[in-house]
Design a protein around this ligand. Structure first.
Ligand code: GLN
Ligand code: ZN
Length: 756
């Protein structure tokens, strides 16, 4: 029995790569310093992996920003606008990732999208008609050679050609099929080069295979690999994750892959596929049995059952993780403050390496159930687990249909609210947070360490809120926000104020580029112990006559951005969270807050990848959970929601059915196709598609924003359109925030005048 992982976290246990990149972006260090940090991290991770006894160790899972972007650059898919900047290779790469505004030009970043059903974002490659796709880089070879010099034969990892072609965006008239021959030729060269460099295996990641595929997709996949696998090459592991390959399992088995990776955690049909169709002799089945996405220890008993079933089905197996460990933090060892009962049940990346080693020992023993490792784990799973709250369980059990319906209906409320607020056409607002400056972060951290008294901290936060309100009034925004200065993170903040959560100190997980999140852990039943945001919101409202939005995170997002429990259902957890947030909504309303925004930034993210599972496994409880949050408010209270993406064309009726009064969402980085979907669905919720991209430091001009608004008005009635950036401003500086919002207000005014 051998062990393997699909990928390892790369940002650094102390987020070293993040800080090194950010120093480089600010011009405080040079490329050599950045490369040096990167190399040190790679070698450290390599040592951890090989030191744990792992048999198959990946290389090339490292990236400065994103692996999809790496693949695009490797294949020379660099759009003209970035080439024309005339920057060096590294800066061109970062221009694609972050946009560029400087003496050489002014270009936006590539679009960014959620990576399947995770909170990781990838950069969407753009392929122009005249793209000259070829193998244009040597990065996979260099990283392989670097590891080899350190004494480790690794398995280079690259995103596979099928997934690359499926996820890329084609800006001209050519399609994936038109570019496929050049892409496959580039991969062939890469495989030949890796073979010549001494690589025994290469791993091609094809997560697109776990999505719904039609016969033309499958034919496309087969033609790509029939061609690719016929070169002089290392052994190829076709790796899949985030689901099962029910549409193409037999096609995969029929192709000459030496290894196939299947996900037995999220792949609900993986085991039945192998049992039903068998697994080809002479090949290795990399069985993803250790969850790469969650932080709970593995249940060895059930894992052993899967491995034994696979053996019985005739498969020669390798123990593996279900997906890259990129999605979990580094190590529980960095968390000495966690209660012992929690530590005993957690496994982060390093501990998952240990679990693979233990499972290998267990499964290599003549009587697995008799091994110490097996028995210890069985005892842990049999021991009682704390955190249950019967009152919470009873409250969820007592919910009835009426609790999920807000009254009166949308249109009646819309009229009442138009009257109450008297806002101008095209009202302007922001998504909630304002720049989290070093000063703001420092104050929070001093408070946390007890170096600042609660009194001083409140005074500090109030000063920031007052400043933020004054700036928004000066800019002339219509619906204001308090700025969220008290929040480190939109989920962690609520977690800290709710019962049932536990927190880590260093358990960061990469979200996009240099950005990391620290998901809290749902340990027990959830309830609200005390008001969480009321004092900040009411203070902000006391400073102005304009409405200030109360800002909350919705239950589905809190759940999706936490590490969820595995001992109760997601539905049960969502309802517990919804009741807690509902209590806060009603408190805000009772304290004079007239607009309440409940962010569901991550609702789309956990939408099952396959259509067949969407309602039963998710929407049937996720949408009701949101409705439960606001069904108790008065008709004149305006409920907003916000989503960090616009790819909800396929669930647009469900989004409307959340029954919010206003929704803001990201639209500036993607094309405005969503507008057609809104028209087609006769969308009734008022909408604020983001008019500029906050993920980049670029300042949008008034003309640019006005042009975006005019485009939107071709599809959306002027009485329904809101004007706002596409997400919160916390990652931006004031330097770009004020001019950007000033331009936004000026653009809204200009377009408003045209529509009077
Ligand atoms: N209200 C949050 C903010 O502005 C929303 C953030 C998000 O959507 N990710 O920061
Ligand atoms: Zn957002």
């Amino acid at each position: 029995m051998k062990t393997s992982i699909i990928g390892y976290p790369r940002i650094g246990a102390m987020r070293e790569l993040k800080f090194a990149c950010e120093r480089y972006f600010k011009g405080e260090s040079d490329a050599a310093a950045l490369e040096a940090t990167a190399k040190e991290l790679r070698l450290r991770h390599l040592a951890a992996e090989s030191g744990s006894g792992l048999d198959f160790i990946p290389s090339g899972d490292f990236s400065f920003y994103d692996n999809m972007l790496d693949t695009a650059v490797l294949l020379n898919a660099v759009p003209r606008r970035y080439r024309e900047l005339g920057l060096g290779a590294l800066d061109t790469y970062f221009a694609m990732a972050r946009g560029y505004q400087g003496e050489k030009g002014d270009v936006k970043a590539l679009a960014m999208k959620k990576w399947f059903n995770t909170n990781y974002h990838y950069m969407v490659p753009e392929i122009e008609d005249d793209a000259r796709i070829r193998l244009a880089g040597t990065r996979p070879l260099e990283l392989f050679a670097e590891a080899l010099r350190a004494g480790v034969q690794t398995r280079p990892v690259v995103i596979g050609p099928f997934t690359f072609l499926k996820l890329a965006r084609y800006t001209g008239s050519k399609t994936a099929a038109d570019h496929a021959p050049a892409v496959v030729a580039a991969y062939r060269t890469l495989l030949e080069d890796l073979s010549a460099a001494g690589a025994e295996w290469v791993q091609l990641d094809e997560p697109s295979l776990v999505t719904d595929l039609g016969s033309s997709d499958i034919a496309f996949f087969r033609s790509i690999y029939t061609e690719l696998l016929s070169c002089r090459r290392p052994k190829v592991l076709l790796e899949t994750y985030f689901g099962d390959v029910r549409d193409c399992y037999t096609d995969i088995c029929a192709l000459p892959f030496e290894g196939v990776g299947l996900d037995f955690v999220e792949g609900s049909r993986s085991l039945s596929l192998v049992k039903a169709f068998g697994f080809p002799a002479g090949k290795l089945l990399f069985a993803g049995v250790v969850n790469g996405k969650n932080i709970w220890k593995n249940d060895y008993a059930s894992t052993c059952r899967i491995m034994q079933d696979l053996a019985r089905a005739g498969a020669e197996t390798v123990l593996s993780t279900s997906c890259s460990l990129l999605h979990v933090p580094y190590t529980v060892k960095a968390e000495p403050d966690l209660p012992e009962e929690c530590r005993a049940r957690f496994a982060f990346a390093e501990e998952k390496l240990e679990e693979l080693a233990e499972l290998k020992a267990i499964l290599s023993a003549p009587l697995p159930e008799e091994t110490e490792e097996y028995k210890a784990r069985a005892a842990l799973f049999a021991s009682p687990r704390g955190g249950e709250d019967p009152a919470v369980r009873a409250r969820v059990a007592a919910l009835t249909e009426d609790d999920f319906v807000r009254k009166p209906d949308f249109y009646t409320r819309e009229k009442i609210q138009k009257q109450r607020f008297g806002l101008p056409l095209l009202p302007t607002t922001t998504i909630g947070s304002f720049p989290q400056t070093a000063e703001v972060k420092a104050a929070r951290s001093r408070r946390r360490k007890g170096e600042m008294s609660e009194e001083d901290y409140v005074a500090f936060a109030e000063e920031k809120i007052a400043e933020c309100i004054r700036i928004q009034e000066e800019i002339g925004l219509d619906v204001l926000v308090h700025g969220e200065f008290e929040r480190n993170d939109m989920v962690e903040y609520f977690g800290e104020n709710l019962e049932g959560y536990v927190f880590t100190r260093f358990a960061w997980v990469q979200s996009y580029g240099t950005r990391c999140v620290k998901p809290p852990v749902i340990w027990g039943d959830i309830s609200r112990a005390r008001p969480m945001t009321v004092k900040w919101s009411t203070y902000a409202q006391s400073l102005t006559d304009k409405p200030v939005k109360g800002m909350l995170t919705g239950p589905v997002t809190i759940l999706n951005w936490s590490f969820p429990r595995e001992d109760i259902t997601l539905r049960e957890s969502a309802m517990q969270l919804a009741l807690a947030i509902r209590d806060e909504v009603l408190d805000l309303e009772a304290n004079g807050i007239s607009v309440i925004q409940v962010d569901e930034a991550a609702l789309r993210e956990k939408l099952p990848l396959r259509e067949a599972d969407r309602y039963s496994a998710y929407l049937d409880w996720a949408i009701p959970a949101f409705r439960l949050v606001h069904s108790g408010v008065r008709p004149e209270t305006q409920v907003h929601t916000h989503m960090c993406y616009s790819e909800f064309g396929d669930i647009i009726r469900d989004i409307d059915n959340m029954d919010a009064d206003v929704i803001t969402f990201e639209a500036s980085r993607s094309d405005l196709r969503i507008l057609d979907d809104l028209v087609a669905a006769d969308f009734r919720t008022e909408v604020g598609p983001g008019v500029y991209d906050i993920h980049s430091p670029r300042v949008p001009s008034k003309e640019e924003i006005a042009a975006a608004l005019r485009k939107m008005l071709a599809k959306i009635p002027v009485t329904k359109l809101w004007v706002n950036p596409d997400c919160g401003l916390k990652t931006r500086g004031w330097k770009e925030t004020v001019p950007s919002l000033t331009n936004l207000v000026a653009a809204a005014k200009e377009v408003r005048d045209e529509n009077k």
